[in-house]
Design a protein around this ligand. Structure first.
Ligand code: SF4
Ligand code: SF4
Length: 449
């Protein structure tokens, strides 16, 4: 439960004397050697060709602030929020610049100095980042209200009689993006403890996520089934916390730390062989709790152990030796694979999802052009920067069409939602699915062969 102290540090609407960029290890701040090799991989630079919209330009601004040569201004804040945080630049960088850390500290600086503050923005941040996502029971309650709105046909009716047209354009766009809420959430589909099918080889914990739990609880169920099929006993508590990536990526550093501590308490890393996530964005954050809690002597050691135990589902299955499903290979459905930025660039999990798809009987993997180019989802970027997000989505859908595949697989809920929206917009007959769901279906079909 959220207590008063949870709300104080990030929502106290005052600037502090703290500087996140000055506090950051200077070896990280000064690492960029200005070579520009990251520029062609950056979607915002590709769109504008402006240096300030490039990784090199942004890092130069961050360094100028750390060096006291520049004040934190609204223009700096806008630039930090125009960045997708996709981390493609981090993969491209030969100097090993830790852009993820720079980016998170820069956004924390922006929030701390309140250079983007307005009543509307404060309200939205207060309601979502600082309240809704700090206690997932609140998010579930909101999910139930939206589910009722959708199941009673009110959404369809409002759309049909075009009441929506009375709303301002931005609200109409947001309404069109409202995801379908699942009929059942994860706790209604998954037992707190699921036994391994056959001999138990591993004991793992399963993180059900926040948005994932509301919109793709079936993927959570599929993940647990797949783990059980691969000799894992799976512990899935009904009530869980957000991983805190939303908070860390949006400058709410203190709240991200609180969520990290709660997760370590709920899933003691000493008790599990692995702590499993099936959401690329969450995994990328979850693997860095030690950095987040570097100044917390009470938690640092456990956070270091935690980081070693967190595994993306594809990565874990590859590590323990995935059991290939049995089945007929004769029919072959084309499936393509879109890489979640944070799975690929944040976690370097690149080959494992493809290998997993290749062992599924009846599937033929067709490579997607620009598979690792951001789809525009980028956390809540498609809500805050719709123009750029829509450009990226159109580019992605064009490439998906070029493959001729009728199924696209991707390992992150944000990407799943973004691609579903893209397919709906273009009236495209496209199945958008998590790779784990395809594997779970293959295991289930073994029983009926
Ligand atoms: S994170 Fe993505 S958008 Fe931001 S600078 Fe790096 S490549 Fe560009
Ligand atoms: S971030 Fe890396 S790739 Fe980009 S300019 Fe700096 S050193 Fe070069």
């Amino acid at each position: 439960m959220l207590n008063r102290s949870d709300m104080v540090s990030d929502s106290a609407k005052k600037t502090s004397s703290r500087s996140f960029l000055k506090e950051l290890d200077y070896s990280v701040v000064q690492q960029c050697m200005h070579c520009g090799l990251c520029l062609p991989t950056c979607p915002t630079y590709d769109a504008t060709k402006l240096e300030r919209n490039s990784p090199r330009g942004r890092i130069a601004l961050m360094r100028a602030i750390a060096d006291d040569r520049l004040d934190v201004t609204q223009a700096f804040g806008d630039e930090m929020y125009f960045c997708l945080g996709c981390l493609a630049c981090q993969t491209a960088c030969p100097a090993g610049v830790n852009y993820a850390e720079l980016f998170e500290h820069a956004r924390a600086e922006v929030e701390d100095k309140r250079v983007l503050a307005s009543h509307k923005r404060d309200f939205i941040r207060g309601f979502t980042v600082e309240w809704l996502f700090m206690d997932l029971r609140r998010l579930e309650l909101l999910g139930k209200i939206i589910r009722l709105y959708q199941q009673l046909g009110i959404q369809t009716l409002i759309r049909r009689i075009r009441l929506i047209r009375l709303l301002p354009l931005r609200l109409r766009e947001l309404e069109a993006m409202t995801p379908t809420v699942c009929e059942k959430f994860s706790a209604e589909l998954i037992e707190p403890i699921t036994a391994a099918a056959g001999a138990k080889k591993h004991r793992v914990a399963m993180l059900t996520g926040c948005a994932q739990n509301l919109t793709f609880s079936d993927v959570n169920r599929d993940t647990v089934e797949v783990l059980a099929q691969n000799g894992c006993e799976v512990v899935t508590p009904a009530e869980q916390n957000c991983c805190g990536s939303l908070h860390a990526h949006n400058g709410a550093w203190t709240l991200a730390q609180q969520l990290a501590r709660r997760n370590i308490e709920q899933f003691p890393p000493e008790q599990f062989d692995a702590i499993i996530t099936n959401a690329g964005g969450c995994g990328s954050h979850l693997k860095h709790y030690a950095k987040l809690l570097a100044d917390d002597s009470a938690y640092l050691k456990r956070a270091e152990l935690w980081d070693t135990k967190v595994k993306d589902i594809h990565e874990w299955l590859a590590e323990i030796g995935l059991r290939a499903p049995m089945g007929r290979q004769n029919e072959s459905r084309a499936v393509t694979y879109h890489e979640s930025c944070h799975l690929t660039h944040g976690q370097k999990v690149v080959s494992q999802p493809r290998d997993l798809l290749r062992v599924i009987p009846g599937l033929k993997l067709v490579e997607l052009p620009e598979a690792s180019w951001c789809c525009g989802s980028a956390g809540i970027y498609n809500l805050t920067q719709p123009e750029m997000a829509n450009e990226l989505l159109a580019r992605k859908i064009k490439h998906i069409k070029s493959t001729g595949a009728t199924t696209v697989a991707t390992g992150n809920p944000g990407c799943l939602l973004q691609l579903i929206n893209g397919a709906v917009k273009e009236s495209l007959k496209l199945r958008v699915v998590h790779p784990i769901t395809l594997l779970a279906e293959a295991y289930r079909s073994e029983k009926v062969v």
